[in-house]
Design a protein around this ligand. Structure first.
Ligand SMILES: Cc1cc2nc3c(=O)[nH]c(=O)nc-3n(C[C@H](O)[C@H](O)[C@H](O)COP(=O)(O)OP(=O)(O)OC[C@H]3O[C@@H](n4cnc5c(N)ncnc54)[C@H](O)[C@@H]3O)c2cc1C
Ligand SMILES: *[C@@H]1O[C@H](CO)[C@@H](O)[C@H](O)[C@H]1NC(C)=O
Ligand SMILES: *[C@@H]1O[C@H](CO)[C@@H](O)[C@H](O)[C@H]1NC(C)=O
Ligand SMILES: *[C@@H]1O[C@H](CO)[C@@H](O)[C@H](O)[C@H]1NC(C)=O
Ligand SMILES: *[C@@H]1O[C@H](CO)[C@@H](O)[C@H](O)[C@H]1NC(C)=O
Ligand SMILES: *[C@@H]1O[C@H](CO)[C@@H](O)[C@H](O)[C@H]1NC(C)=O
Ligand SMILES: *[C@@H]1O[C@H](CO)[C@@H](O)[C@H](O)[C@H]1NC(C)=O
Ligand SMILES: *[C@@H]1O[C@H](CO)[C@@H](O)[C@H](O)[C@H]1NC(C)=O
Length: 425
């Protein structure tokens, strides 16, 4: 297929809503199951967002038998378009996942299925001829009733379970989340440049948000919702010295009244724009009403700072340590957690980076390390069972050959190459 054909095909697919996309979930489902309940998978990936799909790709490329289990509640599902994922800038999140699954369906050794992982147990690995670790994974149905109660075995686990945003109950916020009320300027700022903007955050977070969006516009109102108190002013001065002068310089008004509701007046998503363009202005409009006083304020879009939490507790229940609410993962060892054989990628891990490029990078990073780790364990066991008197030396050499650093150096380009990704730390 030539580039022209692709350019024509893409807009059509972008137009499709999540519901009408050609079987996002069936493409991979049809792939030949390389292992099943009576077999032991090389790895099970929990979560089918961009991080889990990226890990699946890296493992498919080296023909590992991998199952991905997904409950289908993606963090960016509410948003209209996914941005800042180069090559896919501006497509719908559902189109992106569909494209990833379609491509993965061409690889025979990996498959994906619907299901909610309810429990992961560490099994006795001593009987396993190939791996140092062995896990049993139990699943139940998803929220929408698909997926089955089942049990699977795997040598390694990849947690790609994501985060859940905790939205305040103020009417209008969850209804418009991702469609005019945002959290990430990189994801949605460009579409609302030069438009009257609002901030939804405590006073303490407002100056930091202004720092992130000051290149978008100078008409900004910070709706701090009653948090402009002497204590918060002192805390803000501590974290952001001279914050008040900074807000003044950037024409930011602090509105302290209690938010009663946010009401949509115009839907920027209803504009009939060319879906093949990476970024198109979105003209949303909202009215903000307060508990104190009947005078309302209009804004085109909001950037917020709301808390989040782990979408799933299966990692913690398995004993994975948390760091600031995120799954702690060792970035020098392929993002392995404190539980040997268990890796944590994407939003859920304690890299504290929550975007799709990080999800893709971290999935890839784990895929490389996990594959080499399995091969290292396999080599050791093969050589031990071969009983060769020089096995010890061979084992050492095989381990050295398969060393993660060596793989990095082989796959990495030379400095100044387009593929060069820097030194292995
Ligand atoms: C409104 C909004 C807009 C955004 N826009 C952008 C953007 O434009 N560009 C960008 O780069 N980033 C954007 N992001 C951030 C982006 O959504 C995340 O960084 C990305 O989704 C992280 O991918 P992930 O694979 O880690 O998690 P997710 O995409 O959240 O996927 C996690 C998956 O794991 C599944 N899961 C969880 N627990 C279990 C379990 N026990 N069993 C089975 N499955 C399970 C979930 O159902 C889900 O399918 C946006 C976020 C929000 C909230
Ligand atoms: C599961 O795997 C076993 C062993 O490879 C095979 O005999 C069986 O037919 C498979 N079952 C299904 C449903 O694929
Ligand atoms: C998997 O779940 C999705 C919704 O997330 C649904 O559209 C699809 O039909 C399901 N697939 C199967 C095989 O049940
Ligand atoms: C605003 O403050 C009220 C009262 O404290 C609270 O109920 C509400 O959740 C807050 N809304 C936001 C958006 O922070
Ligand atoms: C400053 O902000 C106010 C609203 O608070 C807005 O009316 C005005 O246009 C802004 N000025 C500039 C230069 O952006
Ligand atoms: C902001 O609102 C809170 C809660 O209503 C109040 O305690 C505080 O005094 C207000 N701050 C200012 C500067 O008016
Ligand atoms: C992530 O944040 C937590 C707490 O917020 C912190 O302890 C941890 O060091 C951070 N990790 C990185 C890699 O910055
Ligand atoms: C043992 O290993 C060495 C080095 O790889 C090899 O040369 C030798 O042939 C092997 N011996 C047997 C019995 O396999």
């Amino acid at each position: 297929m030539g580039p022209l054909t692709f350019a024509r095909a893409l807009p059509l697919l972008c137009l499709a809503s999540a519901a009408t996309l050609p079987s996002e979930h069936t493409a991979l489902h049809k792939a030949r199951a390389a292992a099943n309940e009576t077999n032991v998978y090389d790895a099970i990936i929990v979560g089918g967002g961009p991080s889990g799909l990226s890990a699946l790709s890296g493992l498919a490329r080296v023909r590992r038998n991998v199952l991905l289990l997904d409950s289908g509640e993606y963090r960016n599902n509410p948003t209209r378009h996914m941005h800042d994922v180069l090559g896919y800038d501006g497509v719908t999140p559902a189109y992106y996942r569909w494209a990833a699954r379609e491509q993965l369906s061409h690889y025979d050794t990996v498959s994906a299925t619907n299901g909610t992982v309810t429990k992961i147990d560490i099994s006795d690995a001593s009987s396993d001829p190939h791996s140092d670790t062995l896990f049993t994974v139990s699943t139940g149905p998803t929220a929408d009733g698909t997926g089955q109660v089942a049990t699977y075995s795997a040598r390694k686990i990849v947690l790609a379970t994501g985060l859940r945003d905790i939205l305040p109950p103020t009417p209008g916020i969850s209804e418009n989340w991702g469609k005019g009320i945002f959290w990430c300027p990189w994801c949605d700022g460009h579409e609302h440049a030069d438009q009257p903007l609002g901030l939804l955050s405590d006073l303490t977070d407002a100056p930091g948000l202004v720092r992130e969006i000051s290149t978008l516009n100078s008409d900004i109102i910070a709706f701090v919702n009653g948090t402009d108190t002497p204590e918060n002013r002192a805390a803000t001065e501590e974290s952001f010295p001279q914050w008040e002068a900074f807000l003044k310089l950037h024409n930011v008004t602090v509105e302290n009244r209690t938010l009663a509701s946010i009401t949509r007046l115009r839907d920027g998503g209803a504009d009939n724009t060319d879906p093949s363009l990476p970024s198109v202005p979105e003209h949303d409009l909202f009215r903000v009403d307060f508990v104190e006083g009947s005078d309302s304020v209009e804004r085109a879009a909001f950037f917020s700072s709301f808390p989040d939490e782990q979408k799933s507790t299966v990692g913690q229940e398995l004993g994975v340590r948390l760091d600031g609410g995120r799954l702690a993962a060792d970035s020098t060892k392929g993002l392995v957690t404190n539980i040997p054989g268990v890796y944590a990628i994407g939003d859920a891990n304690a890299d504290n980076v929550t975007n799709v490029p990080h999800a893709l990078f971290s999935g890839k990073r784990t895929a490389v390390y996990l594959h080499v780790q399995l091969a290292r364990e396999e080599a050791a066991k093969e050589l031990a069972s071969a009983g060769n008197s020089t096995a010890a030396a061979a084992k050492k050499r095989a381990a050295a050959e398969l060393d993660i650093r060596a793989v990095w150096e082989t796959m990495n380009g030379e400095p100044r190459d387009i593929l060069y990704a820097g030194d292995f730390e």
